[in-house]
Design a protein around this ligand. Structure first.
Ligand code: HEC
Length: 138
């Protein structure tokens, strides 16, 4: 009588596994960035404090907003200057379906610049990773 129980047990185990992975099935789910270089660690901490809840860990988009690793967030669609504009004024929904980004006035100009440096670095790592998986990143 033990055998019929096995599939039934397998299902909750799978659910737990998915939960442990954040349930993220997005295209960046398997991307693990290399250790953050010292020069971007402050930017990463600030990103994690102010941006991760929406843009996801390492910009993977496993939060309430879009993945910053997508090439839409690279220049030229999102030039460097747009980081400060987005943080000061918020951003309209344009390319995704998460609604608008609200202004985040607690983040200083200098902090935005550190965040931008980190995001550009992790975008480069994401792009390199996507290429090794057989194709240009989207
Ligand atoms: C409450 C959720 C939320 C938070 C927090 C958030 N964002 Fe956004 N962000 C969004 C959404 C939603 C968009 C719009 C995406 C779209 O549809 O194009 C966006 C867009 C952007 C854009 C593109 C702007 C444009 O005009 O195309 C930049 C740059 C950006 N965010 C940077 C940041 C940075 C840096 C932080 C942290 C300091 C941050 N965001 C925090 C939700 C958020």
């Amino acid at each position: 009588m033990r055998f019929p129980l096995v599939p039934a047990r397998g299902v909750p185990a799978l659910v737990l596994l998915l939960l442990a992975c954040g349930g993220d099935t997005g295209r960046w789910a398997a991307f693990v960035p290399p250790p953050t270089p010292a020069e971007h660690q402050r930017g990463e901490r600030l990103f994690n404090t102010y941006c991760l809840s929406c843009h996801g860990r390492a910009g993977k988009g496993d939060g309430l907003g879009p993945p910053m690793l997508d090439t839409l967030f690279h220049a030229p669609t999102v030039p460097d200057s747009m980081f400060l504009v987005a943080v000061r004024n918020g951003a309209k929904q344009k390319y995704y379906n998460f609604g608008a980004m609200p202004p985040l006035n607690r983040v200083s100009d200098v902090e935005v610049e550190a965040i931008r440096g980190y995001v550009r670095w992790v975008q480069g790592e994401g792009e390199a990773w996507a290429r090794t998986r057989g194709g240009a990143p989207q």
